[in-house]
Design a binder for this molecule. Structure first.
Ligand code: MG
Length: 295
């Protein structure tokens, strides 16, 4: 099942995407649900299912070409969790860069998952503009990532049970200001600028793909920059969930970006940072395509 948040005429709604991707079938929402949908999006569906409740009834389908997709969860309730340094070749490309120099020992191969977060207000949807923030950064970069969406509340989740707590997956572009990461050492400011968290195009339920063996690709202006299998993660999905939930409760709708493969702009010599007019397209097999321009 693919579920999405979208605008049709003047109304924001949520719906199910048809198998061929050509149609959207809106869910019929109560007044209370309609009041929340612009911020929570498909989190409403994830929560219903976590409580064992049935899906809402559905209206008649609308052609996808007539709607505008929004981020599936436009304003997550909590920060978007992100795993850093989770692909060996990406660890190496950062280590060999100016950012790696600034990070010192922090740039080394991690022994445990490196986790930071992005503020909920940084989330934008497909085709929305990524601000270039020319006044605060000269080193804006992209990171294509598979993101986990939690479907069930849990703490101290064992790795062997972790997939039972997953609702499904989406794509995150972990937009990063490398100069701010280097200057402030800790990642938060450099990862949480407004519009720095493109998300979408849908949430795809976990039964639709093997997320532990799927391909992540990223193009900048039609040039393929990133192309790797999620099999190459240093810490796999169950390990990430077990570590994150060890002492912190995870809730339905929590989003966890799982790290980026090599091929980001800071890894090139000389670096190739984003500029106004660039278009970044991320494709993850079984999940879809997320494309955004830099404005
Ligand atoms: Mg990242």
């Amino acid at each position: 099942m693919k579920i999405a948040c979208f605008q049709y005429q003047d109304q924001i709604s949520i719906g199910q995407v048809s198998a061929n991707g050509q149609e959207m079938t809106p869910f019929i929402l109560s007044a209370d649900q309609q009041a929340l949908v612009a911020t929570q999006g498909v989190q409403l569906i994830v929560e219903l299912q976590s409580q064992g409740l049935p899906l809402p009834a559905q209206a008649k389908p609308i052609a996808m070409k007539d709607i505008c997709l929004l981020a599936p969860i436009p304003r997550p309730r909590r920060n978007v969790f992100c795993v850093g340094k989770n692909y060996l070749d990406h660890v190496k490309e950062v280590q060999a860069s100016k950012l790696g120099e600034a990070q010192g020992a922090m740039a080394n191969l991690p022994k445990h998952p490196v986790v930071f977060s992005k503020v909920p207000e940084s989330v934008i949807g497909p085709q929305a503009g990524i601000q270039n923030h020319g006044g605060v950064t000269q080193e804006l970069d992209y990171e294509a990532e598979l993101a986990i969406v939690i479907g069930r509340q849990g703490r101290a989740i064992q790795a062997s049970d972790a997939l039972d707590y997953v609702w499904g997956y989406t794509i995150i572009n972990d937009i990063s200001a490398r100069d701010l990461q280097a200057k402030h050492v800790q990642f938060h400011i450099g990862k949480s600028l407004d519009t720095a968290c493109p998300m979408g195009p849908y949430l795809v339920s976990k039964d639709e793909l093997n997320a532990q063996k799927t391909q992540v690709k990223c193009w900048v202006n039609d040039e393929l920059r990133q192309d790797a299998s999620t099999e190459l993660m240093i810490f796999d999905i169950p390990t990430i969930i077990a570590n994150l939930s060890a002492g912190m409760t995870l809730y339905p709708g929590d989003v966890i970006a799982t790290g980026t493969p090599s091929g980001v702009g800071v890894g090139f010599k000389p670096p190739r940072f984003l500029k106004k007019g660039d278009r970044i397209k991320i494709e993850i097999d079984g999940v879809g395509v997320l494309e955004n321009p830099v404005v």
